[in-house]
Write a protein that binds this ligand. Structure first.
Ligand SMILES: [Zn+2]
Length: 501
């Protein structure tokens, strides 16, 4: 009888969740009373307060014969879905007519939701630090993901990225939702290996062979990849960033939304970033890529609607804008010549951690005044050479104010068109060749780095402009939709009533 109640309401997995986080009264009640209390607690926890659900049927009394029990559908959660289209410039959406872009989904979302004119990014404006800010609401130095690749002066980590969630020093939206009894799904989001989410489809790669598909399977929630492949088809390997692979992951996310009805789902799509790195800005190839992503976004939007009974919140965000790249600049040989780093002897007192439009200069001992002065003099000399394309050198107080690159002693900020690389030898400046004509990573106040944000759903003001917002606002805004808060978030809930901000 007790099992039949649980089965009828279809809540076994979430009952287990509430049992983990449920109230002490529920945990100490009689078995039957405990289950009823759990179901009630669950019904309350599954729905964001901002979008109250219709009242569920009361739990069946223990003495009622099963034959007379009215059938009870499991209550559907109203999902919050966050899709990141990597590298989406806001002008592609807001000036779609000028660009001749056929992106009906994004246009409809702007018309029916609330959109920012621009999102100011974080330092550096690259993928992994930014995506971590989107799910934590804090700057990179606080959340701990400081660049795409880990700090690795001599390349010992084989180009490894910040894949592992244990590097994130603050709670994520997925974790906070899960702990509040709201099942959360992190689909192919950066830094999600081992993330405290209810479901994880990991983003990680090694050798870019098909063997990497096993790595995805092994680092995702047990059984998830098998289930997706049985129902939707092959899950692409870790570093597979063509539009077809974005489409395949989005299709999987849409199926998952309807099947498992999570309260929160985040999905990362990368093909537009790849196209712009390769091609530069606003080319036919770039626009074709965006139009295809818009198509699959439309399908995902419909899946979210069906999953949430037409009341889902759907947000599309990007992590950074894009800028045309004309020249690749390599400053590392200058640091070698100055005796600051020696790869052969594996010795260093200062080195460069490049992130495209910016690069951090990291001292092994940041308090070493002699090295600090030597580096300062070198950077001033390099900045004076206009051919190198250095815009300016940021000092500690500016770096701290921007909240990026941890305890780096300096940040080299490049001028538009100049892109910083990390190579031990070769010329200081070379033309950006075919196959690499666009980049990012420039300072967050560069208008070209502005990112996209649009959100629609029940209670979101229709057709409204949010003006310019901050990347750190994304997580608190999503949290507000979920009815939870992020302790210590640096941003604000864009849809909070003024008195609640
Ligand atoms: Zn990116």
């Amino acid at each position: 009888m007790r099992m039949s109640i649980a089965r009828r309401v279809g809540l076994r997995e979430t009952i287990e969740r509430v049992m983990r986080y449920g109230s002490p009264e529920a945990m100490h009640g009689s078995m039957l009373g405990r289950r009823s209390a759990l179901i009630l607690a669950l019904l309350m926890a599954c729905h964001a307060p901002a979008t109250p659900a219709p009242s569920p049927p009361p739990p069946t009394p223990a003495h009622a014969p099963p034959a007379h029990t009215p059938p009870a559908e499991p209550p559907r959660r109203v999902p919050v879905v966050l899709v990141s289209i990597d590298g989406l410039r806001p002008d592609y959406v807001h000036r779609a007519d000028e660009h001749g872009l056929g992106i009906p989904t994004l246009r409809a979302m702007v018309a029916q939701g609330a959109a920012a004119t621009a999102v100011r990014g974080v330092l550096p404006t690259v993928t992994y630090p930014t995506h971590t800010t989107m799910v934590t609401g804090v700057s990179p130095t606080r959340h701990g993901v400081l660049a795409n690749t880990t700090f690795d002066p001599f390349g010992d980590n084989h180009g490894g990225w910040y894949w592992y969630a244990e590097d994130v020093k603050v709670p994520t939206l997925w974790q906070l939702a899960d702990e509040a009894g709201i099942p959360s799904a992190s689909f192919y989001w950066p830094v999600n290996v081992g993330a405290k989410a209810t479901w994880v489809l990991s983003q990680v790669w090694r050798a870019d062979t098909d063997d990497d598909r096993k790595l995805t399977r092994a680092t995702s929630t047990p059984g998830l990849v098998d289930e997706l492949e049985a129902n939707v088809g092959e899950v692409p390997r870790g570093r597979a960033w063509a539009v077809e692979q974005d489409e395949q992951r989005a299709r999987a996310a849409g199926w998952f939304l309807e099947k498992h009805n999570p309260g929160l789902l985040t999905l990362h799509m990368l093909a537009l970033d790849s196209a712009q790195h390769y091609d530069g800005l606003a080319t036919p190839h770039v626009f074709r890529t965006l139009e295809r992503l818009d198509g699959i976004l439309g399908e995902l939007r419909e899946a979210a609607r069906r999953s949430g009974g037409g009341r889902a919140t759907m947000c599309v965000v990007s992590d950074h804008g894009f800028s045309r790249v004309d020249k690749i600049v390599n400053l590392m040989p200058e640091l070698v010549r100055a005796g600051l780093v020696d790869a052969r002897k594996r010795e260093w007192s200062a080195t460069l951690w490049a992130a495209g439009g910016t690069g951090a200069v990291v001292l092994r001992d940041p308090s070493d005044q002699a090295v600090l002065e030597k580096v300062r003099a070198l950077l001033d000399r390099l900045a004076a050479d206009k051919s190198l394309g250095i815009d300016r050198i940021l000092r500690r107080d500016e770096i701290e104010a921007l909240g990026g690159f941890g305890d780096a002693s300096f940040v080299v900020a490049m001028r538009p068109g100049f892109y910083l690389a990390n190579a031990w030898d070769g010329p200081a400046v070379r033309p950006a060749g075919p196959g690499f004509r666009g980049g990012h990573g420039y300072l967050p106040d560069d208008p070209e780095m502005a990112a996209m944000f649009v959100c629609e759903g029940e209670g979101v003001p229709v057709g409204s402009s949010l003006g310019a917002i901050d990347m750190r606002d994304v997580a608190p805004t999503l949290a507000g939709r979920l009815g939870i808060t992020i302790p210590g978030a640096e941003g604000r809930d864009l849809f909070a009533r003024p008195e609640a901000r």
